[in-house]
Structure formats: C-alpha cells, structure tokens
Design a protein around this ligand. Structure first.
Ligand SMILES: CC(C)(COP(=O)(O)OP(=O)(O)OC[C@H]1O[C@@H](n2cnc3c(N)ncnc32)[C@H](O)[C@@H]1OP(=O)(O)O)[C@@H](O)C(=O)NCCC(=O)NCCS
Length: 147
C-alpha cells in the first residue's frame, strides 16, 4: 500500500470535495472563500497514485473562539471506498503536524454531526450547540487548543 500526502492546488482536491461533500452540486459551488489565498494549504492523500483523501487549512478565525493564531480546517473527506481504513486519521495528524510549524493556538472547524466522533477520537472538542448549515446539514463547532 503506497500512501503519500502532498500540498496541492485547489483543482486537485476539488473532485473529491465535490463528490463526497457537495454531492450533486455543480463544481462552481464547491469552492471555499480563501481557497486561493496565499496562506491556504490544500492537502491530498494519494494511495496507489489516486487522490483518496483531502483537507484544506485556512488562516481563518472563528469569532466564537478567543485566541489569536487560529487555523481553520475545511473540506476534510475520504472517498467512500476508502473510508474507515485509517486514511482520515492519517491526514488529520499530518495537517496538525504541518501547522505546528506556525505555532497555532487553535485548530477549529465546523464538523458534520455524523463525523463528530471521528474528531473526538482525535482529541478535538465540541464547542456549543448543534447548528444547521443550509443545504449541508447539522454541524458542531469543534476545536483543539495548542496553548
Ligand atoms: C469522517 C471521515 C473524514 C473520517 O475518515 P476515515 O478515513 O473514514 O476515518 P478513519 O478510518 O481514519 O477513522 C479513525 C477512527 O475514527 C472512527 N470513525 C471514522 N469515521 C467515523 C464516524 N463517521 N463516526 C464514528 N466514528 C468514526 C473510526 O472507526 C476509527 O476509530 P478507531 O481508531 O477506534 O478504529 C470520512 O469518513 C469521510 O470523509 N466521511 C464523509 C465526509 C465527512 O463527513 N467529512 C467530514 C466533514 S466535517
């Protein structure tokens, strides 16, 4: 099993983002604000030369969290055939290691309710109550403090 993770352009992560997180939506609706920002990092996990998992890290602050050097994880997804085999965890740990070089205070994201347990297993905490993101569904704000 050959796995490697690369920092890539948004165009590389977009097909998996569209298929897994924005199913049925047109490509132009799959972009995030900040996708092309200089400090944004798009990660692609390749297995056997195929992109099987993706994540994007934005330099973006949640107004609900107090600290200064916040990073925002978005668009975390594993292709359906490869879910539950450890790839998501592998990519998440890689993303955390990567931002450590920039002395983060917090990594946060809006987690789909269906994925909350995955993040809890990786030591992220829920903040506040469940809320709805229109057309996507129920979410919780989740975070990890590094201070
Ligand atoms: C959520 C997701 C990123 C997790 O990645 P994955 O590769 O499937 O998960 P892993 O195999 O690395 O799982 C790591 C651990 O979390 C658990 N886990 C994974 N997904 C879970 C889920 N949805 N609910 C509960 N536990 C889950 C696994 O059982 C495993 O537990 P273990 O360490 O005790 O064996 C992936 O399943 C996915 O893309 N799902 C659909 C899209 C999605 O919800 N993305 C997140 C948007 S916020």
């Amino acid at each position: 099993m050959k796995i490697h993770i690369e920092e890539v352009n948004v165009e590389i992560v977009l097909p998996v983002r569209q298929a897994v997180l924005r199913s049925g939506k047109p490509r132009e609706e799959c972009f995030f604000e900040g996708d092309y920002a200089e400090e944004t990092i798009h990660l692609a996990l390749y297995k056997d030369e195929e992109v099987q998992a993706i994540a994007t890290i934005l330099k973006d602050k949640s107004e609900k969290l107090k600290s200064n050097n916040q990073f925002h994880l978005r668009g975390m997804a594993v292709i359906p055939e490869a879910q539950g085999k450890g790839l998501g965890k592998h990519l998440l740990l890689y993303a955390e290691d990567l931002i450590m070089q920039q002395s983060p205070t917090v990594l946060w994201f809006n987690a789909r309710t269906s994925a909350v347990k995955f993040y809890q297993k990786n030591n992220f905490e829920v903040f506040g109550k469940e809320f709805d993101i229109p057309t996507v569904g129920p979410h919780f704000l989740m975070f990890k403090n590094y201070e």
